[in-house]
Design a protein around this ligand. Structure first.
Ligand code: C2E
Ligand code: CA
Ligand code: CA
Length: 530
């Protein structure tokens, strides 16, 4: 009850009912008991005095709530009489003091150990103008806006109403500062969509501000003040957010709409996995497949993973979708194994967000076990960015996954903030050379030098390497000359649905044809150096 947070707008009404019951019990029940059981002849005014003492005691004991209820009562009488209700940090729409709630959350969570995060503030700046015309309409807009904001926030974000027309969003929890800023920005522009009532259509005008947490211990009230102070004043460009063009406003609205649609995408069967093979040219066979998520939107058609995966991550939906991906990929692998058609590895992508789940290792272990698979048949792909997030915890997680028998691949190697220390310190078993270096490797001496160095690095570390995103025969040939035998890319096959994948692997003629020059090259290299 202490935390009256976004999703429980009816919780405040329950709390109110409880306080009424407490006052009633402490004040009037003793009076009723005296009347019912007091021996005849008891002096009646004494009963009234006793009851008055009880009521007084109840009001004293619950003095905060009593004051709040009295305020609320007088505020609503004033509203009925046509006056503007007094805000003073209290929420007359939902019945809670949001400022107080926010302070108690921040008091608990705002520790120096907290990674830098954000307290966002969104204020409806045209509320006063609306209220001057019609208080009832202004309040309905406010209420609809509050509801929209609640619905838009991911599970991990928390909302408190700090002033009558002003909401605070606490981004504590998984994610980083950059992500929180982007999310606040997306929210703020998406929330300017029109609000329609029976007799009105209003576009809320917003002021947006925020304050980033500091590593020094800062009192919660100061963080709130900083966030409020950062609000862009009407007519003044500012706050912490960059001004956005009409084009990016449209993008942000689309992002917001997609996020809403993703909430129902899993249940509606709109998500699917496609599979792209890993090819070993020296053995001329498919050694595994990478499971890649696809979303077929009922109205917009296929949405690119590059667009919807970041939304899944930012909204906190990636945890649930990640479990679905793991389950679906394992079920598929089991089916292929059952049909006896392949003995290859299934590679599954894990995002930074998923690594923050403390139950991740157990969840993966349980799922793989439940599908009757061994961990050695699963390869987990992680990007450098994911590995970077928290090195101590990441090391612990990766080591335990490796001990359990899973393979770990470092994805897109070289594309991000590459640091060889990840390769040195983390127990990876495979390095995936990013397409950036593979593309036109036959024509770029710089790409050739990098690919050669990465292949040697992998070999020196005793781990395997695969070239991602090969599209042309010349690329395969150039890489084969450097000793690369493992490939993934459109040259061999694009990602495809499970049925097409099974059909493709049932016939290996195409593979022999595509692999033969590279295979000849590998054999020649083997012969020369053995
Ligand atoms: P990724 O893990 O690097 O996956 C490889 C991407 O490269 C895939 O893009 C694949 O379709 C594309 N690709 C493969 N061969 C070629 C090629 O020859 N040329 C070109 N141009 N592209 C090629 P896709 O499917 O669009 O996925 C994009 C990214 O989305 C993935 O990059 C991965 O980071 C993420 N992703 C996809 N599925 C999942 C998932 O289930 N979970 C998580 N966490 N991320 C996923
Ligand atoms: Ca991958
Ligand atoms: Ca990749």
């Amino acid at each position: 009850m202490k935390r009256l947070i976004s999703r429980t707008s009816d919780g405040s009404q329950k709390a109110e009912a409880l306080w009424f019951c407490a006052l009633f019990t402490l004040g009037f029940v003793p009076l009723a008991l005296i009347f019912a059981f007091a021996p005849s002849g008891v002096y009646l005014p004494a009963c009234y005095v006793l009851a008055a003492v009880c009521v007084g005691l109840a009001i004293f004991l619950f003095r905060d709530k009593s004051a709040y209820l009295a305020n609320k009562f007088f505020a609503s009488s004033a509203a009925k009489a046509g006056a503007e209700p007094k805000a003073a940090g209290q929420n007359s729409l939902t019945g809670f003091s949001g400022q107080e709630t926010l302070l108690s959350i921040l008091a608990e969570e705002l520790t120096p150990a907290l990674p830098p995060t954000l307290l966002g503030i969104i204020r409806i700046s045209n509320y006063d103008r609306m209220a001057a015309i019609d208080v009832a309409v202004a309040d309905r807009v406010l209420s609809a806006f509050h509801q929209r904001l609640q619905n838009a926030l991911g599970k991990t974000r928390r909302l408190a109403r700090v002033e009558r027309n002003c909401f605070a969003i606490w981004f504590g929890g998984p994610g980083d500062l950059h992500m929180a800023k982007a999310e606040l920005q997306a929210l703020s522009y998406a929330l300017t969509q029109q609000i329609r009532g029976d007799a009105f259509t209003i576009e809320p005008e917003l002021e947006v501000g925020s304050a980033a947490t500091s590593q020094q211990a800062e009192p919660p009230a100061e963080l709130i003040s900083r966030a409020l102070a950062s609000l862009a004043k009407p007519g003044v460009r500012g706050g912490v957010l960059d001004p956005v063009s009409e084009g990016s406003r449209t993008d942000l609205r689309r992002r917001f709409a997609l996020e809403q649609d993703l909430h129902r995408a899993i249940g509606n069967g709109e998500l699917a996995l496609h599979y792209q093979p890993f090819i070993d040219t020296s053995e001329m066979r498919v050694t595994g497949a990478e499971a890649l998520l696809r979303w077929s939107h009922p109205e917009l058609g296929a949405i690119s993973p590059g667009e919807f995966i970041p939304i899944l991550e930012e909204s906190g939906l990636m945890q649930d979708v990640g479990i679905w991906v793991l389950n679906t990929a394992c079920r598929q692998l089991r089916e292929w194994r059952g049909a006896g058609s392949s003995d290859f590895k299934m590679a599954i992508n894990l995002s930074a967000r998923q690594l923050q789940n403390p139950d991740l290792k157990n969840m993966i272990g349980r799922t793989v076990y439940n599908h009757g698979l061994s961990p050695s048949s699963i390869e987990l792909e992680l990007t450098e960015t994911a590995a970077m997030e928290d090195s101590a915890l990441t090391l612990e997680l990766f080591s335990s996954l490796r001990e359990a028998g899973f393979s770990l691949a470092i994805d897109d190697f070289g594309s991000g903030y590459s640091s060889l220390s990840y390769l040195k310190n983390l127990p990876f078993s495979k390095l995936k050379i990013d397409r950036e270096f593979v593309s036109y490797v036959d024509q770029s001496s710089a790409s050739r030098a990098i690919c050669k160095a990465l292949l040697e690095l992998a070999s020196g570390l005793g781990i395997s390497a695969i070239a991602e995103g090969v599209e042309r025969r010349e690329e395969v040939d150039a890489l084969a000359r450097m000793g690369c035998t493992s490939f993934q890319g459109y040259y061999f096959a694009k990602p495809m649905d499970a049925a097409s994948f099974a059909e493709m692997t049932s016939n290996s003629d195409w593979l022999a044809e595509l692999c033969s020059p590279a295979a000849a090259m590998s054999n020649e290299l083997k012969r020369r150096y053995s």
